[in-house]
Design a protein around this ligand. Structure first.
Ligand SMILES: N[C@@H](CCC(=O)N[C@@H](CS)C(=O)NCC(=O)O)C(=O)O
Length: 227
């Protein structure tokens, strides 16, 4: 069955949507290769069929699946390696998904939102600036100006993940699974959109991210880091 994944595309065809990286890795985990279709953040006509304005969207034959968590659940029903490792793993992964989305992403986004506009054309950059400045109540420049200070607390937030990696090579255990893709996605987003060093090279999470980039034939490296 033909699979298509809609995701945000920027200048030089950079695929920068945070949540789409979860879907990309989940598909690869199942041994599936979709056709990838870029969507402009300022023009959602390509995904009007979904009657909402967010990506990722997976088209699987006749089915339209929207939202990265629902895509992961949809893919889990397919044959191949498990993304969750059973009901308990799925439940804990959902908790981890909420922790990353509600705790990590909102602290990361203001630090690098200004940089995102640097990988977009004028129209997309204007759109993103509008939504981000409304969400955070400050100009993007002002948000970026305090990041040398903000990064300290942000890195500390990631301590539970570091503790996990002291015991095992992946968040999910000896092998990567969906929980790894959940945390990888914002850190991959940062790598793609911003030259700001979110992770120090000496950090165990930096090394883990390198391992994650190598997975599935170097899938994460298909979009270059912003330098
Ligand atoms: N909870 C959703 C979040 C989806 C989401 O916010 N997607 C972003 C890109 S990563 C988006 O489509 N933004 C476009 C916009 O806000 O206009 C998921 O996990 O898929």
């Amino acid at each position: 069955m033909a699979l298509t994944l809609y995701e945000l595309g920027g200048l030089d065809d950079r695929r920068y949507s945070l949540y789409s990286w979860r879907a990309r890795y989940a598909l690869a985990h199942k041994g599936l290769t979709p056709e990838y279709k870029p969507v402009r953040i300022s023009d959602k006509s390509a995904i009007a069929f979904s009657r909402q304005d967010k990506v990722p969207i997976l088209i699987d034959g006749e089915q339209v699946v929207q939202d990265s968590w629902r895509i992961a659940q949809h893919l889990e029903a397919k044959p191949g390696a498990s993304l969750f490792g059973g009901e308990i793993g799925q439940s804990l992964s959902r908790f981890f998904n909420s922790w990353v989305d509600r705790t990590i992403v909102p602290r990361l986004a203001p630090m690098i939102a200004l940089d995102v506009t640097g990988i977009q054309d004028e129209e997309d950059a204007r759109h993103l600036r509008g939504t981000m400045e409304k969400a955070f109540g400050k100009p993007l420049e002002e948000l970026a100006a305090s990041r040398d200070k903000d990064i300290v607390g942000f890195r500390r937030l990631l301590d539970p993940a570091r503790a996990q990696l002291r015991a095992q090579p992946f968040i999910s255990g000896s092998q990567p699974a969906y929980a790894d893709y959940i945390l990888f996605s914002p850190l991959q987003w940062a790598r793609i959109v911003s030259p700001f060093p979110i992770l120090e090279e000496s950090d165990a999470l930096f090394t883990w991210r390198e391992r994650m980039l190598d997975l599935h034939g170097g899938l994460g490296r298909t979009t270059p880091a912003r330098v």
